[in-house]
Write a protein that binds this ligand. Structure first.
Ligand SMILES: [Zn+2]
Length: 411
C-alpha cells in the first residue's frame, strides 16, 4: 500500500483523483459526492459510509421540497432567508438561483433559537503632514465597518447551526461633533439595521434570541424629548410610587376596548402607557381570546394582528400558561401563583438602548416580570401625523417565565 495507491469512492464507486479524496470514518468519498452533501454539514470525517449514503438519500428527497417551495417572505440582501409561510418552511441560500442549488428545506418548528450580532470594526484614517509623515486628522477621523451576522440554532438530523450574513457590510466614516469624532449613522446603516431588526422580529415568532451583540460605539443621536413621561424612570431611592413616571395603577383589568381606553393615566401620546395597556390587554386572553385580540388590535392601530400573530399568541398561552402577562404587575411572583397586588400596578422602564431607533420612530421599553431575571422588551412605533404611539412588537412580553409554584411538581 503506497502513498500513491488509487482510491475508489465508497459512495459512487468512481476512481478518486490525486488530492481529491475526502476521508470518511471508515472509507473514502470523491469530491463530486461531497458536493451533494448539505452545505451546513461539518461532520464528514466522523461519518461512516452508511451515514453519508443516508444523508444523500435525504438530500435527494429535499429536491422535491425545493421544487414545491413557494417563498412568501424574503429577508436579506446577501445570504437570504426565504420563508414559505403556507407550508411553515424556510431555507437559507446565497444564490439567486437557489432553486438549482438544492438548499436544505427546514420547517419553522426546527428553529430553536438564534444569535444576532452587529460587529463593528474601526480603523483610523490618516493624512500626511508637511514632511510626508502619516498623522491623525484633527479631530481624528475613523472608518467603521459593520457586519450583520446571524446564527440559527436548529434541530436537524445533519447540522445544528446555520451561520450566515443576511446583509452586505456597511461602511461609514466618523463625523466631527463639537470638535470630537462621533458615529452618526447614515441611511445605508439605518436601512440595514431596520431590515435586520425586522428579520429578528420575525424569528422571535418562532424561537428566542439567545444572544445579541450590538456596536460597541454608539451613535450620537439627536433626541427630541418625548411628549409625556419623557423623564426616564431611573429608579432612585424609592420616591412616592405614584410619582414615578412610567408607573401605572389600574383598579381593574380591562375586558373590552372601551374599558382599555379609559384606564386611568393612559393615552396614545404616551408610549409608556401603551406598553402598560398591552400587558393589561394580554391578561384577558385566557378568559376571552377574541376580546383580547380586539384590544391588542386597537393598540396596534395602523397594523392589526395578522393570522400568524394570532396563532403565535395562542401558542404562548397553551398548556395552562395563562400567568405570563399578569406576572408583570407588582406583587406577582411564582410563590403566589402570580397574584398581583391590588390595585394592579405596573412600571414601564427605559434603558440606555430604548431610543436606539428613536429617529426612525421606534422606542423599546422594558418591563420586569416577577418570574424572570431580565426585563422583557416591548417596542412601540410613532405615528407622526397624529403624534400617537402604537404597539409594534409584543413578542418579548409573552416569553416564558418560571412556572408558578402550584404547577411545579418539584416545588
Ligand atoms: Zn463519489
Amino acid at each position: 500500500m503506497g502513498l500513491f495507491d488509487k482510491k475508489y469512492c465508497d459512495i459512487c464507486g468512481s476512481k478518486i483523483g490525486l488530492l481529491g479524496n475526502k476521508k470518511l470514518e471508515n472509507g473514502n468519498m470523491c469530491k463530486d459526492c461531497q458536493r451533494l452533501l448539505s452545505p451546513w454539514f461539518s461532520e464528514r470525517r466522523h461519518s461512516t459510509v452508511e451515514e453519508i449514503k443516508t444523508q444523500l438519500a435525504y438530500r435527494e428527497a429535499n429536491k422535491e421540497k425545493v421544487a414545491a417551495f413557494n417563498p412568501t417572505k424574503i429577508f436579506g440582501n446577501q445570504t437570504k432567508l426565504l420563508v414559505d409561510e403556507g407550508k411553515g418552511q424556510f431555507l437559507v441560500s446565497r444564490s439567486s438561483n437557489w432553486q438549482n442549488e438544492n438548499p436544505d428545506v427546514l420547517t419553522l418548528a426546527m428553529l430553536k433559537g438564534y444569535d444576532a450580532a452587529i460587529k463593528q470594526d474601526k480603523d483610523e484614517l490618516k493624512t500626511k503632514d508637511g514632511e510626508g509623515k502619516s498623522v491623525s486628522y484633527d479631530p481624528p477621523r475613523f472608518e467603521y465597518e459593520y457586519e450583520f451576522k446571524l446564527n440559527l440554532h436548529v434541530e436537524h438530523p445533519y447540522f445544528e447551526e446555520m451561520r450566515f450574513e443576511p446583509f452586505r457590510e456597511v461602511e461609514e466614516e466618523s463625523v466631527a461633533v463639537n470638535g470630537r469624532p462621533a458615529v452618526v449613522h447614515g441611511e445605508a446603516y439605518q436601512e440595514t439595521k431596520n431590515a435586520f431588526d425586522a428579520l429578528r422580529q420575525f424569528l422571535e415568532g418562532f424561537c428566542p434570541c439567545l444572544s445579541l451583540e450590538e456596536p460597541k460605539e454608539e451613535a450620537v443621536a439627536d433626541l427630541s424629548p418625548l411628549p409625556a413621561a419623557s423623564a426616564a424612570p431611573a429608579a432612585p431611592a424609592t420616591p412616592a410610587a405614584e410619582n414615578i413616571p412610567g408607573r401605572f395603577e389600574f383598579p381593574a383589568l380591562p375586558e373590552t376596548v372601551s374599558q382599555l381606553l379609559t384606564l386611568p393615566g393612559v393615552s396614545f401620546h404616551n408610549p409608556f402607557s401603551v406598553a402598560a395597556m398591552a400587558v393589561a390587554a394580554f391578561c384577558r386572553f385566557p378568559a376571552d381570546p377574541e376580546g383580547c385580540f380586539a384590544m391588542i388590535d386597537t393598540l396596534k392601530g395602523p397594523q392589526p394582528l395578522s393570522p400568524m400573530d394570532k396563532s403565535f399568541i395562542k401558542d404562548r398561552f397553551m398548556d395552562g400558561k395563562d400567568y405570563v402577562p399578569r406576572s408583570y404587575f407588582e406583587g406577582a411572583v411564582p410563590e403566589n401563583d402570580y397574584t398581583p397586588d391590588q390595585p394592579y400596578a405596573i412600571r414601564i422602564l427605559e434603558s440606555a438602548h430604548s431610543r436606539d431607533q428613536f429617529d426612525q420612530g421606534y422606542i423599546t421599553l422594558y418591563i420586569k416580570s416577577g418570574g424572570a431575571d431580565s426585563e422583557r422588551p416591548v417596542t412601540l412605533r410613532h405615528k407622526p401625523s397624529t403624534d400617537e404611539w402604537f404597539l409594534w412588537n409584543h413578542v418579548g412580553l409573552l416569553a416564558g417565565i418560571r412556572i408558578p409554584k402550584s404547577a411545579d411538581p418539584w416545588a
